[in-house]
Design a protein around this ligand. Structure first.
Ligand SMILES: [Zn+2]
Ligand SMILES: [Zn+2]
Length: 77
């Protein structure tokens, strides 16, 4: 089976590889972060339950990563 039951956001998330439970039928899921089993997902993201886009994934998200300089002090070795 294709493992593309997550939205583009949740697809990048990495949860613990421990079994979880479906929130709607209390069935088993492969990961704890997955809240919907393939049956209950029904076209939704199994993690955040958001409806998956049907095909065209056009997400223009600008991720601004700021590397803040920490406090200059003596950090261990
Ligand atoms: Zn279910
Ligand atoms: Zn999601």
């Amino acid at each position: 089976m294709a493992n593309s039951d997550k939205c583009t956001t949740c697809a990048t998330k990495r949860g613990k590889m421990v079994p979880g439970n479906c929130a709607e039928c209390t069935g088993g899921t492969s990961q704890a972060m997955i809240k919907l089993c393939p049956t209950c997902a029904n076209g939704r993201c199994v993690v955040c339950k958001e409806p998956l886009p049907g095909g065209s994934g056009d997400s223009g998200g600008g991720s601004s990563i700021e590397l803040g300089s920490g406090p200059t002090g003596l950090f261990g070795c």
